[in-house]
Design a protein around this ligand. Sequence first.
Ligand SMILES: [Cu+2]
Length: 651
Amino acid sequence: MATSTDLKPGLSTAAPDASRHPLDPLSAAELQQAVQILESGNHLAGDVRIASLNLIEPPKRLIETNPPGARFERTAMAVLLDRGKRTSYEAVVDLTANSVTSVTELSSGIQPSIMLDEFSECEQAVRRSPLFRDALQKRGVTDANLVMVEPWSAGMYGNELPEDQGLRRMRALCFVRSEPRDNGYARPVDSMVVVVDLYRMEVIRIEEYESAPLPPEPGNWSREYIPNTRTGLKPIDIVQPEGASFTVQGNQVQWQKWKFRVGFTSREGLVLHTIGYDDDGVERPILYRASICEMVVPYGDPGEQYYRKNAFDIGEYGLGTLANSLSLGCDCLGVIHYFDFPQVDSHGKVTSLKNAVCLHEEDFGVLWKHTDWRTGQSEVRRSRRLSVSFIATVGNYEYAFYWYFYQDGSIQCEIKLTGIMNTTALSPGEKPVYGMEVAPQLNAPFHQHIFAARLVTSVDGSNNSVYEVNSVGVPTGPTNPHGNAFKAEETLLATEKEAQRRVNSATARFWRVVNPSKKNRLGRATGYRLVPGENCPPLVQPDAEIMRRAGFTSNHVWVTPYRPEERYAAGEYPNQHPTGDGLPNWTKANRNVDDTEITLWYVFAHNHVPRPEDWPVMPAAMLGFQFRPDGFFERSPAMDVPPPPPKACCH
Ligand SMILES: [Cu+2]
């Protein structure tokens, strides 16, 4: 879970420092100033909490056209929740003018994301409840202190009970540890779900379901439970005697012709801005903004207590809020630059998340190689990549997000999934239909982890178009007498409807983002290729209730005209959203996406059919995508990578 350290007292709340970059996240001083402005305007009185507080990024055009050093306004968006009045607000805070510009009440039924404090407050509310104690007693659980209460977002399914209407809710699942440091997920008490009203922080009811006994085995993972570890590992030291090859100035990173900015929001965590490549002295833009903007984890068990398990870990919880402090472990090796980012809690207390983002270089095997067997010439180049990453803990799971930059102009996004699977209990002899028995009487339900990347492309400039490329065989006939012919067919995706696409391994499908007004020396528009990795369609039915909010998962690719306010694939407020919002809603207008400023959305899924080997802590599963130059350069941009020094090679 997030580890924060308090800021030193006496922190300045002075006006924003003009020397900072306009895309920099709000500093600790700016966050404190924003809280102060809200307080003095009486916007935090009574039972008002801050659900989120982030920079409103300046307009893209301003960033692209303004010379360095120009002065920018600094404005923040605070999402406020008034528990007493059961209303929520968006407050725009002008840090330059030291004032609140506007306060807009959110429509009835719209719920801001769940605040970190609410998880613990919800757990305390459950523990206080006599209903909870009675339910435990009924199940023979004698020590309530050993019960692990895990609040989940409640969602909105259109079948909510009258008593639930208009409430801000969570649904808590329960597990029982056999001792305080035991792995609770080994013993699910899934015959009960505790429904909590977060406005009053009170248990509304406990839903009772068919009961299965606690599974018999522990599933412990912390080191004191593993007395015997394997032997035979000799040290590997990553040594960079001359330091790292990157330079960092504020939040700007430069490495091997790459230049980009590192940002962070409470919702997305890591955000990359203004990614460009120095091509022989010319700085060529590629991506204006890149982030993983939403994710949802739908579980496939139709049981009454399970079908609402569909957490939107970004839109409902916030990955920046749940980010780890990477100083605690060995998350990265080598010469590391860590970025700290400030955080603000729901009461307006500002803290610093140390080492939130890790930047380091990695050796990545062979970059290119050729041996001419006739002449004996042989050349090999090793690939060095730059890794920018952060890790978030969302309840039982860890999500590690990596963006890699390569010397051949490629960018890769990789997500590692690890942590502990959510579990349910089985009766002796029972075999699950919608999950896998991973330990005796312990079921891990089938589920999917579906991510949405939001890529504001700027391939060689602002106006881009997207082509889909399908490789197709030509029927045997006069033009293909030997049946061997196949071609790569390019289709322009000119409108939002045309640009709603899925992956297709049968045609090795990929997408090419081009700048129609920039041609390479071969006469083709310069471009970058979106290369999908592991993916699959959503397995819930199109008419499943969850698809109202998770409609973005119905396509793997969406292209929309760039709109700064269209930020998240499932909309701004997926928590309990009554109708759902985001991509399916915006794209109804079927706007033009040809030769204009665009946002490319790539949705990708890890389909998790659990294995016993995923228990008790899942070895990391990896998925992601690449963004590779495709006609962007005149030839391989990696030819000038120098050979490795002779002493680096062993023979
Ligand atoms: Cu999983």
